[in-house]
Design a protein around this ligand. Structure first.
Ligand code: MG
Length: 379
């Protein structure tokens, strides 16, 4: 027996809600391609991302802790895989397109610079007079231009739905291929977006505690964490301060609690729109995949807690800032001697200008490659 592609499309169409983004309604690719005999378009896009070089480089990019600091900390890659798994859970429960949500989750951090958010901040500053730098837009540049996999064109030639799904923040000036984008991205993009947030809310606490930079005593006023502890206690777990098993179980409860809140609340949000298509949903002026408002407050407080106590902890900040200083230097070195970049980057400078080519080249680097390059070229 064979499950042919036509059958797969029909099965998907029957299974998903009306407001899900169906493969059958895809607006297609920039360069038309024949259908694959066994994989849907969104599955193909997922595979293209998994097989990209930018995806493999995520392994050596900082999430919070500089890559190589410890074997158990999340990297951009393990963060991305966790986001994808959570996005699938949410999409499946809401009858949305799992493949599409997963694909966007897998691609969502492809535009991140080395050295985490401090790295992005620095490149944006260096690019101030040249159009700025934003990791979300950069993810699109990576899949549309910088990946080189096809002889006839640049980029991965992904579907319109995956490409627009990567542009999560919209305003009146949001365009793609000269087409104005709708108010909101489709629901699968919203799923990937919230999955990203709740994933790091969960795992950064875990890494923070593992590193010793966070201490369980600091959590007295963190309501979200306390709720997770209550959940763990309800499950009959004995909570012992400092125990790895206790911590693991609380983090598990924390993530599960957030995922369940998103699923149940979004289902409620979606009820009045049961006859809307994916296209109609995008015209609405609010996001429908969301935490309940009381719960969202707790997550925002938790986020503030992470910024204050972890992301700007001197042990994190200093290490990253040091690395970023070198990256800034490297930027100047390439501006003076573009020939030190890769052949592709040098060629790209002719097309998009030297500053943008340098930004793209450095943004693509892993932490360790940026450091090696700095050492090599720094006089
Ligand atoms: Mg992320």
């Amino acid at each position: 027996m064979l499950r042919k592609i036509k059958e797969q499309y029909l099965l998907e169409d029957k299974d998903l809600s009306i407001y899900a983004t169906h493969n059958l309604h895809s607006k297609g690719r920039r360069f038309p391609e024949k259908p694959h005999p066994f994989r849907t378009d969104f599955q193909r896009d997922r595979d293209r991302i998994l097989h990209s070089r930018a995806f493999r480089r995520l392994e050596y990019k900082t999430q919070v802790f500089l890559n190589g600091k410890g074997d158990h900390y999340r990297t951009r890659l393990t963060h991305t895989i966790e986001v994808a798994a959570i996005a699938r859970t949410i999409a499946r429960a809401l009858y949305l397109n799992e493949d599409l949500a997963e694909t966007i989750a897998l691609a969502h951090d492809l535009g991140h610079t080395p050295f985490g958010h401090s790295g992005e901040y620095a490149i944006n500053e260096l690019m101030q007079d040249h159009g700025g730098f934003d990791h979300n837009r950069q993810a699109l540049t990576v899949v549309d231009v910088l990946e080189e996999k096809y002889p006839d064109y640049d980029g991965l030639n992904l579907t319109w739905e995956v490409r627009t799904g990567l542009i999560k923040h919209r305003d009146s000036s949001s365009f793609l291929d000269d087409k104005k984008l709708e108010n909101q991205p489709h629901l699968e993009s919203q799923v990937a977006d919230i999955a990203d947030d709740l994933t790091y809310y969960g795992h950064d606490v875990d890494d923070g505690l593992e590193s010793g930079l966070l201490d369980e005593k600091m959590f007295t006023d963190n309501k979200l964490w306390n709720l997770a502890c209550e959940r763990a206690l309800e499950r009959g777990v004995k909570l012992i301060t400092g125990s790895e098993k206790s911590r693991g179980f609380i983090v598990r409860c924390l993530i599960d609690m957030m995922v369940q809140n998103v699923i149940l609340n979004s289902e409620k949000n979606l009820q009045p729109y049961s006859k809307y298509s994916s296209a109609d949903i995008q015209k609405i002026d609010k996001k429908l995949i969301s935490f309940s408002s009381d719960f969202e407050k707790l997550t925002l407080e938790h986020r503030k807690f992470l910024y204050k106590n972890l992301y700007h902890h001197p042990d994190v900040d200093n290490v990253n800032n040091n690395a970023v200083q070198r990256m800034r230097h490297l930027f100047q070195i390439y501006l003076k001697k573009p020939e030190l970049m890769s052949v592709t980057a040098v060629k790209r400078a002719e097309k998009v200008g030297l500053h943008r080519a340098v930004a793209d080249y450095i943004a693509g680097m892993t932490d360790r490659f940026a450091i090696i390059e700095f050492k090599k070229h720094h006089a």
